[in-house]
Ligand binder design. Structure first.
Ligand code: ADP
Ligand code: MG
Length: 458
């Protein structure tokens, strides 16, 4: 297998891993990795730093092996190698330009470190641009508003509130604004953060009385982008902090962009005064793009892999996944990886065989299913699982249930806590992290998780 042939496979693997670890973990440990080679049963993953190498070896090795296996690759050995092209400063693929232009670097600082710090703090992913966003019915209004904002931040549509279902391009668009603003003015202070992170940083700032200037940092933004606002629901203190940040920025004519999975009026326990602030600007309802647009997305993404797909395959994919562009990308990557590994040209029979029946997950797994399935698997009663008992044989199933709610449904931590009858969401954070760690080390936990999943989607 030559190196070019491995990109599709590795992207498919990363795509799946992205869904099973936290956003932070993914960005920190996986984002800048690549598949260097796969030869004589040894698969070599390129990583940027020794820290990443250690972490992947210790914590994520099994997850990587499992995910490779799911994509049909079972190496005898997986190795991690530090590789210059994987450090943040060297981008290997041409379609991923380094976001921060050298102009952003002040003369007195060494170029390398300031570039890293600069792009890290903003939380932006240079992959998300207007250029690679396909416009069509469902997202055209949002696209136009975002472009207008990028041209003149703070002038129109302030705040912009984008809402809509999972995987339809909200994050892509709002990050594209940030990237476009920076491309024009590398010194602009663009801050991108998920509201979940905002909550966490705020709590940390209070709890540990950290010496970081939390309020000052956010209030000095030229463009503040807050993703997944729904996670701030019910967090009174953080909402208050956000309210003040909002006012300070708005008064100074700084741009605020917010995304959420639902409109402000449907976010329970969103403080009234915040809700009314959000109504000052513009709210746009984003929908899943229509069939033609989904076809264009599939085609464009295949082209970036250097592959032209037959129309029947494009149609099949666009029909196969109708609700979520992230899943659409996943299906495409899976197909391309499968064909690359075997030297086949993707066609309709392969696509249907690979993505047909077995792969179509019912969309209707809900939190209740997961909790019940988990209880059943461990043979504990639902009452015990949701109750106060702290025996180990109940605590572990409870933690697994929380983990599954996170990995399968991407629920927020407060919501996870509520589903299991807990008041304190830090328990949920702790549980999910614990099971993540254990799953990497403990085969029993891993097989429990995969069995529960299998039943869940059977
Ligand atoms: P959301 O934030 O709404 O959950 P994302 O912005 O993360 O969704 O989009 C999911 C994936 O689909 C991303 O990889 C994104 O690049 C891709 N995507 C979504 N819409 C489009 C589009 N119109 N054109 C190209 N890619 C898209
Ligand atoms: Mg998103």
């Amino acid at each position: 297998m030559r190196e070019e042939n491995t990109t599709g496979l590795w992207q498919a693997v990363l795509g799946e891993i992205e869904l099973s670890v936290s956003r932070g973990s993914f960005v920190t440990w996986f984002k800048n990795t690549s598949l260097l080679r796969y030869k004589d049963g040894v698969l070599v993953v390129g990583v940027g730093t020794v820290f990443v190498k250690n972490q992947l070896e210790r914590k994520f090795n099994q997850l990587i092996i499992d995910t490779l296996a799911k994509n049909g690759i079972v190496p005898e050995k997986v190795e991690y190698k530090i590789h210059a092209a994987n450090s943040k400063l060297h981008k290997k693929s041409n379609d991923e330009p380094i976001m921060v232009s050298p102009k952003a670097v002040t003369k007195s600082q060494p170029a390398a470190s300031s570039q890293v710090r600069h792009s890290y703090r903003q939380g932006l992913n240079e992959r998300y641009t207007f250029e690679n966003f396909i416009v069509g019915s469902g997202n055209e209004l949002a696209y136009a508003a975002c472009q207008a904002i990028a041209a003149e931040p703070g002038k129109k549509y302030n705040p912009l509130f984008l809402y809509g279902g999972v995987g339809i391009g909200k994050t892509h668009l709002i990050q594209a604004v940030g990237n476009a603003v920076l491309a024009k003015d590398p010194n602009a202070h663009v801050v991108y953060i998920s509201s979940e992170q905002f909550v966490q940083e705020f709590l940390d700032a209070i709890r540990y009385k950290k010496n970081t200037d939390f309020a000052g940092y956010y209030r000095s933004a030229d463009v503040l982008i807050v993703d997944d606002m729904q996670f701030i629901a019910g967090k009174e203190k953080t909402q208050e902090e956000f309210f003040h940040t909002f006012n300070a920025l708005h008064q100074a004519n700084k741009q605020i962009i917010i995304s959420s999975d639902k409109p402000p009026k449907d976010i329970p326990t969103l403080e009234e005064r915040l809700r009314s602030r959000f109504n000052w600007g513009m709210s746009i309802d984003m929908q899943i793009p229509d069939f033609e647009t989904r076809c264009a997305i599939v085609q464009t993404k295949a082209t970036t892999h250097g592959i032209t797909l037959e129309p029947s395959v494009v149609d099949y994919l666009a029909n196969h996944v109708q609700t979520n562009i992230r899943e659409l990308e996943g299906a495409l990557n899976q197909l391309l990886a499968f064909c690359e590994m075997r030297g086949l040209q993707p066609d309709l029979p392969i696509a249907t065989g690979l993505l047909g029946a077995a792969k179509s997950r019912p969309k209707h797994v809900n939190p209740k299913h997961i909790v019940e399935r988990t209880a059943k698997h461990f043979r504990v009663s639902l009452d015990d699982l949701l109750g106060p008992k702290r025996d180990k044989d109940i605590v572990v199933p409870r933690q697994v249930a929380m983990y599954m709610l996170r990995s399968e449904l991407h629920l927020s931590f407060p919501k996870i806590a509520r589903e299991l009858g807990r008041k304190d969401h830090t328990t949920a954070i702790h549980s999910v992290e614990k099971i993540e760690k254990e799953a990497a080390l403990d085969a029993d936990i891993r097989s429990a998780i995969s069995e529960i999943k299998e039943r869940l989607y059977a």
